[in-house]
Design a binder for this molecule. Structure first.
Ligand code: F6R
Length: 365
């Protein structure tokens, strides 16, 4: 059932190119984005004043990326909330808002309850769910399935990549309806999205480089992730993945936040992982790398191929991803972080697919 792989997690990471194709392709027709049986009307999208994104854990980190994409393309303000916080704070939701709920299992109790709360307050609800026919899929007004197939490993991988793909499609669809970007730009992003499965293959071919890097760091006591903008959202996910299966303490920070406290934790030899996929902020990240290296940190950068030389000058080691528009980079750049967490976990002899204290589907509070 593991298809020749040692662990489900590796099998599922290796499925990413195929499941991304399955999630993206059917929704793109003649240069247009189409969602089947979509009840959300163009009028509702046009009059929408705010979007709420609600989820837990990895799905919440996908939501953080969704916020950037929707705000940038469709110019609708987005709040991203952890479901267990949203549901208990009498959220200011009304019928002029659209609520997007993200869940792999479709059964996470806090997320389901938050969905009910948003519906009760009159918001149209759209869920992004992997398990067909699950509670969240059934109870939301619209459901956009991620076609990731069964995800068995507790640590979510391919589901996250496909959640991002659906969020980008939604952001583009909203942008098209609201006229916030021109048709040429829409076609450009669609073309970029269609190239992602091939880019994923390229990243996976480079697995061994990540394995070799992990071999030098699996005994670390603490590992930090820093990034800016979309790379900050990505850092949050990379750090969570590492914590849950490697049991190594890890934290993620926005690059600009370091000097407000966190930098005190950097010691000689501390590993800091720095995704730097956002062209406009590349130089800012180079400065952040200098700051941590001056305190003794060892830095692994995740950068686009086109930036390899500059990244190598700044960091101790570089993992490259293919050149892709920075807005879409998290889909591709998360995979080296998933692989890093995987290899560290294997090297530590941990139960990769069933990490301690965790359940695949959290149906209790
Ligand atoms: C982390 C992980 C969890 C889930 C979270 C939400 O790898 O798997 O953080 O993302 O429990 O689960 P779903 O998406 O099923 O609602």
């Amino acid at each position: 059932e593991k298809g020749g792989y040692e662990h489900f997690m590796m099998k599922e990471i290796c499925e990413e190119p195929a499941v991304l194709k399955a999630t993206i392709s059917p929704r793109v027709r003649d240069g247009q984005i189409q969602f089947e049986h979509f009840k959300l009307t163009d009028e509702m999208v046009k009059s929408c004043e705010k979007i709420n994104i609600i989820a837990c854990g990895t799905a919440y980190h996908a939501g953080m990326v969704g916020k950037y994409a929707i705000e940038k393309l469709a110019r609708i303000p987005v709040d991203v909330d952890v479901a267990s916080e949203f549901r208990y704070r009498d959220p200011m939701v009304n019928e002029k808002q659209i609520t997007i709920v993200i869940s792999q299992s479709g059964e996470t109790l806090d997320t389901l309850m938050a969905l009910r709360e948003a519906k009760k307050k009159g918001s149209h609800t759209v869920s992004i769910v992997n398990v067909v026919g699950s509670s969240i899929a059934r109870e939301s007004d619209d459901v956009l399935y991620t076609w990731a197939g069964p995800e068995i490993a507790v640590a979510s991988t391919k589901a996250y990549n496909t959640q991002l793909a659906v969020l980008y499609l939604l952001a583009l669809k909203f942008a098209q309806i609201r006229g916030t970007v021109d048709d040429e730009t829409i076609r450009y992003y669609i073309d970029q999205l269609m190239q992602i499965p091939d880019h994923m293959e390229t990243v996976l071919q480079d697995k061994e480089a990540i394995q070799r890097f992990a071999a030098g760091h699996y005994n670390a006591r603490s590992i930090f992730f820093i990034g800016r903008n979309l790379d900050y959202a990505l850092s949050m996910e990379g750090s969570l993945k590492l914590k849950e299966i490697s049991y190594i303490h890890s934290e993620a920070y926005a690059g600009g936040e370091l000097k407000h406290g966190t930098i005190a934790l950097i010691e000689d030899g501390t590993l800091v992982i720095c995704p730097m996929t956002q062209d406009a902020l590349f130089e800012k990240m180079v400065s952040n790398i200098r700051e941590v290296k001056a305190r003794g940190a060892v830095v692994l950068a995740i950068a686009a191929e086109k930036h390899l030389d500059e990244a190598e000058k700044a960091a101790d080691a570089v993992i490259t991803i293919p050149n892709i528009d920075p807005l879409l980079a998290p889909i591709v750049a998360v995979t080296p972080l998933q692989l890093f967490a995987y290899y560290v976990s294997v090297m530590k002899g941990n139960d990769v697919d069933k990490p301690r204290n965790l359940a695949k589907s959290v149906t209790v509070e």
